[in-house]
Design a protein around this ligand. Structure first.
Ligand SMILES: [Mn+2]
Length: 475
């Protein structure tokens, strides 16, 4: 290939977010991350994913850390590398739909505290649930001097998910003002040759850069990346080898070596990557020893391809059945999952739709009658509160579960009153920084427990040592 045809593949490093979320339940503490930041900053990554997803919840709940403080510390350390986060559309990082003022405020504070790229997704791929976050990112881009709105499409299989659908959606994403598109394959369902087709089709539909995010769960991920790169994908998500593979991403070093000497050569220094891997490896060993890292999640789980459900959803289902002493119903539930998914309009299976479909399938089987009992969430989906699905929902199921109830066809957040003031009034005695209101908005009980813990720690310390500007207190 000629010099002009060179197209170095860009890499987003996930070891500080999705990799440890997928392998060790998001338990990597900030203190462990900071010493390696300077080296990571020299690699030349397109971005480092380090925030959002479950990091926020896990920080407050289990690590007793202020997630905002983690972000500021990482921002301080990464002088050259863009920081990236995962954002669940109108649900932000929480589990309910928020009013637009909370979404806007969260986006502003994320960017102001150090985020460059916000990856925004919706479990139904209902773009209306992403517009407020995209608009907010574009609004603060100017004000904060950084900000990039990436819309992620939750990848799934099903008759309605044709190449035309993906191409059409890519065009709509471009029209809504996003800066790039991500194909988010949370279950590792995208196989190599399908990836070629999909990337080529989407590239013909949009000029926006396309990033591919997948998981190694089904064992095909690095081959999928290879075909996607050949088909023109711009960025891939990888994890440093000690926290790669299994339910995490393909290994950074492996993908870098794969493209060496080709037009896609990243130019990364393998020796530098090896030093970074050396830092993470003993921590991986420690996690194996203390049980945080279960060897079970490190193999190939072919069930995810067979049943087209994410690995995490299967393990949830197994524990639900175990609680009910009904493990013998496993295969019955597995067969019920696609039927429930169809009844609900065939959405992708990703948080929270994966839990909603999985739990309802368990209910349907255990009750011996379909929809004899429906969860609160199933009802909300049927009412249209989660948004529009690709296919219509099953009218018989609607009649049985929410008889006579009015269904919503507008964007659900249009029905919500602004709520920042109310949230602030509920927690103002604990507020030490504006960001605390957002922590409380997302996880009221967990944040409150954290605020109490923080105060107790502070009362034991010399307040003259407190770095109030950064909200960092010596404990
Ligand atoms: Mn992921």
């Amino acid at each position: 290939m000629s010099e002009q045809a060179k197209k170095p593949i860009k890499i987003t490093e996930t070891v500080l977010r999705d990799a440890h979320q997928s392998l060790i339940a998001t338990r990597m503490p900030t203190e462990f991350m900071l010493p390696i930041v300077e080296k990571m900053d020299q690699v030349g990554y397109h971005s480092v994913e380090c925030w959002g997803g479950a990091t926020f919840d896990a920080s407050l709940r289990f690590l007793k850390e202020d997630p905002w403080d983690r972000l500021r510390k990482l921002r301080d350390g990464f002088k050259h590398t863009k920081l990236q986060m995962l954002f669940r559309g109108q649900n932000i990082l929480g589990y309910r739909p928020y009013a637009d003022d909370v979404v806007e405020n969260f986006v502003q504070k994320s960017i102001a505290n150090g985020i460059d790229i916000i990856r925004i997704f919706d479990c139904f791929n209902d773009l209306r649930n992403l517009q407020a976050a995209v608009n907010a990112t574009n609004k603060f881009k100017v004000q904060e001097g950084r900000g990039h709105a990436q819309v992620a499409l939750s990848y799934t299989l099903g008759d309605a998910y044709t190449l035309e659908y993906w191409m059409d959606t890519a065009k709509k994403i471009e029209e809504m003002g996003a800066d790039s598109i991500c194909i988010k394959d949370m279950a590792g369902l995208l196989v190599p040759y399908k990836a070629s087709e999909m990337i080529a089709a989407m590239k013909s539909a949009t000029k926006l850069p396309i990033q591919l995010h997948t998981h190694y769960t089904s064992g095909v991920a690095s081959m999928t990346y290879l075909k996607a790169v050949e088909a023109g994908v711009d960025v891939i998500d990888t994890a440093m080898s000690p926290f790669a593979l299994g339910t995490s991403q393909p290994a950074t070093e492996v993908m870098v070596e794969t493209f060496k000497g080709t037009p896609y050569d990243t130019g990364f220094d393998q020796n530098l990557l090896a030093e970074i891997a050396d830092y993470f490896r003993p921590y991986r060993d420690e996690c194996l020893k203390n049980g945080l890292l279960n060897p079970k999640v490190m193999g190939v789980d072919i069930k995810t391809l067979l049943y087209q459900v994410p690995g995490g959803m299967l393990s949830n289902m197994v524990s639900q059945l175990k609680e009910q002493n009904a493990e013998d119903k496993y295969y019955e539930v597995l067969q019920e999952i696609p039927r429930v998914r169809k009844d609900l309009g065939e959405p992708p299976l990703v948080t929270p739709s994966s839990q909603i479909v999985g739990t309802q399938a368990v209910f349907n089987v255990l009750m011996g009658e379909r929809y004899k009992m429906a969860t609160k969430e199933t009802k909300a989906v049927l009412r249209g509160e989660y948004g529009q699905t690709i296919n219509p929902m099953n009218q018989e199921v609607i009649n049985k579960v929410i008889p006579g109830e009015e269904r919503i066809t507008c964007r659900y957040a249009d029905l919500l009153e602004n709520e920042m003031d109310k949230l602030e009034s509920e927690m103002k005695e604990w507020k030490q920084q504006d960001e605390d209101v957002l922590s409380y908005a997302l996880f009221p009980q967990v944040a409150m427990d954290f605020f109490k813990y923080r105060q107790a720690q502070q009362e034991k310390v010399d307040m003259t040592q407190a770095d109030t500007k950064n909200g960092a207190y010596p404990v």
